[in-house]
Design a protein around this ligand. Structure first.
Ligand SMILES: O=C(O)CCC(=O)C(=O)O
Ligand SMILES: [Mn+2]
Length: 208
């Protein structure tokens, strides 16, 4: 049985969505993908300061950021290779949590070391805002904050633990959100510590 907690309209939290074995399986698939297609360091638009998270995408499109801005592209910015495919296990979770909305084209993998964080931002580089963003957490616990579609709006915080799922869509699809901190050594899943977050996104509008 999956526990489903609606934090507010459009934001649904699934504590313990993935059992430990499923987390281990997903972790191993991520390690394989990383060994075949390296993590890359994104930089912020304009000034080019490095982000504290390292990234990799799976899927036909991947999210990248550099001095010229944010965008989706078909290839890895360092190796120019196509992104590895989204794992079937992830597509199943997408179908389960989105009622089988048209499949995601991108799965962004973020790796957070113990000191990494992610500032409040909107996920708004997709053409389709009808699909929710589906997020999965693995490894150390993180403090996730979500507000409203206005940067200065009130926010609520939730600790995301290894195996937790979260979706934000509908009226919350463009809500500002970010990661304030990682709680070091709170999980034994990743031997190097830290946290992986996976976000699956539908990028283009499906042909209905
Ligand atoms: O790490 C998280 O839980 C959120 C990641 C995120 O918001 C993003 O990659 O756009
Ligand atoms: Mn985001």
């Amino acid at each position: 049985m999956t526990t489903r907690v609606e934090l507010k309209s459009g934001v649904v939290y699934f504590p313990g969505l993935l059992a430990r074995v499923a987390q281990e399986h997903l972790r191993d698939e991520i390690y394989t993908a990383i060994s075949e297609a390296q993590l890359f360091q994104s930089t912020m638009p304009r000034w080019g300061n490095p982000m504290s998270v390292k990234m990799l995408n799976l899927g036909t499109l991947g999210w990248v950021s550099d001095k010229s801005g944010y965008r989706y592209q078909k290839t890895h910015p360092v190796t120019n290779a196509s992104w590895p495919p989204i794992f079937p296990s992830l597509l199943k979770i997408w179908d389960q949590l989105t009622n089988a909305y048209a499949p995601p084209e991108a799965c962004l993998i973020n790796y957070y070391s113990a000191t990494a964080k992610m500032g409040l931002h909107q996920d708004r580089d997709e053409d389709d805002f009808n699909a929710p963003v589906v997020s999965l957490s693995l490894g150390d616990t993180a403090l996730f904050r979500i507000g409203t579609s206005e940067r200065a709006g009130p926010t609520q915080s939730i600790k995301l633990q290894s195996g937790d799922g979260l979706i934000f869509g509908g009226p919350a699809r463009l809500d500002f959100h970010g990661i304030d901190r990682i709680y070091k050594d709170t999980s034994t899943l990743l031997k190097e510590g830290g946290r992986f977050n996976l976000t699956m996104r539908r990028v283009t509008k499906p042909n209905l």
